[in-house]
Design a protein around this ligand. Structure first.
Ligand code: SF4
Ligand code: SF4
Length: 396
């Protein structure tokens, strides 16, 4: 296992972290996890050198935290950095902070957390965090020795990410990032922004929810003709470990084989270890995936700001993700991300554009700024057609 710097924390952290949201699932209720098998693979990962364990209230309907609690008995707890998250969507008042933290520590059978993160911050949850004074609650818990560091996981756009980063001297941020998502969510710019402030960056969704592990034929052709022989998963992981700004890459692993393969990938990893020809292969992979997308938007942002507050690149990213995703659950998540954008002019924030396609008035002021020559209002119509309806997208 290779170990890396963890921002300003004095941790020597494994390049690969165990994301405990995809443990082996039960046969009847697949959202729940099998206890004995999960314990076995978590311990196996720790024995292979993984020392970062990530979980959350929600994962496997609460099974994840309980299973980790059991897995970390017999001396395993002291060998890892244990991280879980405050379920922000369930927090209604500041007392909920204590209630959830206490329950989570009980589930995890520990008297301290190495880090406690606000789960899935976006603009709305960030407002709630401020309104309820939850940073004060975090600091109190830290002073009492219940938690050792403070952070947040993130799902929104770059301007919101920067606003949150600037709000507090965080220890850790967890972002969605992979070779297809360099221009959406926190983006590469956000990754550097956090890193330059000494914040440890933990990457989730390194395989874009499994999409990059199950490539279409044209992507497989590129992989098989590359000089260096790597699996689709290894290409995606090495892209991340090549970057000094990233501390830990989380992988949700559901079998011993996956743990073994990912640990072997981590063993081969290193900052700036990819040769120029490797980078070109990754570019080609990304390009091949992009050809499958509906709108060739690169999320460069040149078309912004839209005077009406439409977040043009985010609308196109949602449409493209729906086309790329192979699982129904991931398509559902993308539709939910689209619904986070506003469809009413009154709710649009012009300083931080958050409008969806329905806000577009077709003025065409954006069109000439687009280097990809995209007919933006026409494509936004498509977004509206596809994502504006609530019914399932069975035709993709
Ligand atoms: S055409 Fe639509 S998206 Fe483009 S600037 Fe006008 S309102 Fe905004
Ligand atoms: S200018 Fe074109 S490519 Fe760039 S973000 Fe806007 S629509 Fe996308």
């Amino acid at each position: 296992m290779k170990y890396r710097k963890m921002g300003s924390l004095d941790w020597k952290v494994s390049a690969l972290g165990f994301g405990c949201m995809r443990l082996p699932s039960r046969r009847i209720n697949r959202l729940r996890a099998k206890t004995d098998e999960s314990i076995e693979i978590i311990r196996y990962g720790i024995d292979l050198g993984i020392n970062y364990i990530d979980t959350a209230w929600l994962y496997h309907l609460g099974d994840s935290e309980k299973i980790i609690g059991k897995a970390l008995r017999d001396g395993y707890r002291e060998r890892v950095h244990l991280v879980t998250k405050l379920p922000m969507f369930m927090v209604r008042n500041s007392n909920h902070f204590d209630k959830y933290l206490k329950t989570q520590m009980k589930r995890l059978q520990t008297d301290y957390l190495d880090a406690y993160l606000f789960h899935a911050l976006d603009q709305g949850k960030f407002k709630k965090l401020k309104r309820l004074g939850l940073i004060d609650k975090m600091e109190k818990a830290k002073n009492e020795g219940l938690i050792r560091s403070i952070g947040f996981s993130f799902h929104d756009t770059l301007p919101v990410f920067k606003e949150i980063i600037d709000y507090y001297p965080w220890d850790i941020t967890q972002i969605q990032y992979n070779y297809m998502d360099t221009c959406i969510q926190a983006t590469t710019e956000g990754l550097s922004y956090a890193h330059n402030k000494g914040i440890a960056v933990v990457v989730m969704e390194p395989l874009k929810g499994g999409t990059l592990a199950n490539p279409p034929q044209e992507v497989l052709n590129i992989i098989s003709s590359a000089e260096k022989k790597r699996t689709p998963v290894d290409w995606a992981l090495q892209f991340l470990w090549n970057q000094a700004e990233i501390s830990v890459v989380l992988s949700g692993m559901g079998s011993k084989t996956m743990v073994q393969e990912n640990c072997a990938s981590a063993d081969r990893s290193g900052i700036n270890s990819l040769a120029p020809q490797d980078q070109m292969v990754i570019e080609s992979l990304s390009e091949a995936y992009r050809k499958r997308i509906i709108v060739p938007c690169t999320a460069c942002g040149y078309c912004m700001p839209c005077p009406e507050g439409v977040n043009i690149p985010q609308n196109f990213a949602c449409l493209n993700n729906v086309s790329l995703e192979t699982s129904r659950f991931r398509r559902f998540q993308t539709r939910r991300a689209y619904r986070k954008l506003q469809n009413s002019k009154k709710k649009v924030d012009l300083n931080n554009p958050n409008g969806n396609a329905t806000i577009c008035i077709g003025c065409r002021r954006c069109v000439e700024k687009c280097p990809q020559k995209i007919d933006i209002p026409k494509e936004l119509e498509k977004v509206k057609q596809v994502l504006g309806k609530r019914k399932a997208l069975w035709w993709f």
